[in-house]
Design a protein. Structure first.
Length: 310
């Protein structure tokens, strides 16, 4: 009977206890679930990187760590963790939330909604926006989230290009890879969506030179990771009007400090890291199914490549 340790902030246990118990019951497994076990008796850890568990050495029986978040940068570099690490891939909750945020803000910028929502001068400008077929969108990051967002935007008629570190062939998407591919993907891009993981290879992938490749007045959406963007370079590009607007959901420091220039810049929209949130009800089913798989001899899903960082 596996012992499953829930290791996250104490307030999270109130949200997860019932859904996890129900999802584990549905697997038919016998198990013990709780927030306190003798470390040498723990088989699985349902984990948030901001928990008190930072040293995995005492967990000598550990079979896997199930990260509650899509991002694993807070744990992937922990050398004390020897067991497999899985990331959260939850199509019904986390992925759907990201698709809704991305499509909503893409349409907002595509249609120029801000000018009509805030129009104190009562300007009557009857210029219609282009149709989606005439508005190319570029997605940096073609993992589960990037692919789901691409499919949704393609369904709305947008031509979608995507970039990833390694080559991928995906239906309906013009794909690029590598350093040269990044330049090609960004050249003349009108809407750029950042869905890359936070790794040393992706830090400041959006900088002065890559910003200059985009179409003048391009829009940037970042629901991925804060360090993907060089903040100072973005602010300079906004001031020069090379970039028309940036809608940002993630930041290097969160909550975003009160004195950060993003709060007051007229061409920046700040959303408080809400684009893709783990939902306990659906995430619990993902975790329970992965534990069931491992306990019955099937391979774990969504295992992190520790060398790649995601």
């Amino acid at each position: 009977m596996p012992n499953i340790l829930f290791a996250a902030r104490s307030e999270s246990w109130e949200d997860y206890e019932a859904p996890l118990s129900a999802a584990l019951d549905a697997t038919g497994l016998s198990y013990a679930l709780g927030t306190a076990f003798a470390s040498e008796e723990v088989d699985y850890i349902v984990y948030a990187p901001n928990s008190d568990v930072q040293d995995f050495t005492p967990y000598t029986r550990l079979k896997a760590v199930m990260n509650l978040w899509a991002g694993v940068e807070g744990v992937v570099g922990n050398d004390t963790l020897k067991a497999p690490l899985t990331r959260m891939v939850d199509e019904a909750g986390l992925t759907q939330g990201m698709v809704e945020w991305v499509t909503g803000h893409t349409l907002r910028h595509h249609l120029g909604m801000d000018a009509h929502i805030v129009n104190p001068d009562r300007t009557w400008d009857a210029t219609p926006p282009p149709l989606s077929a005439d508005r190319p969108v570029t997605i940096l990051g073609l993992g589960a989230l990037g692919q789901a967002c691409a499919r949704a935007l393609i369904a709305l008629g947008f031509p979608v290009s995507g970039w990833s570190r390694s080559p991928k062939t995906l239906p309906g998407i013009t794909t690029f890879a590598g350093e040269d591919g990044l330049r090609a993907a960004l050249t003349d891009a009108q809407i750029v969506i950042l869905l890359l993981p936070d790794t040393p290879a992706t830090t400041n992938v959006i900088h002065a030179e890559t910003l200059a490749l985009m179409a003048p007045g391009a829009m940037i959406l970042n629901p991925g990771r804060g360090p993907l963007i060089d903040d100072d370079a973005l602010l300079a590009a906004l001031d020069s009007e090379q970039i028309g607007h940036a809608t940002l959901d993630v930041f290097r420091t969160e909550p975003l400090p009160d004195d950060h220039a993003f709060w007051t810049h007229p061409k920046v929209t700040v959303t408080p890291h809400i684009a893709s949130t783990t939902r306990p009800e659906t995430a619990a089913r993902v975790i329970a199914d992965n534990i069931r798989r491992n306990e019955t001899g099937a391979p774990l899903l969504h295992v992190v490549d520790r060398a790649a960082g995601y």
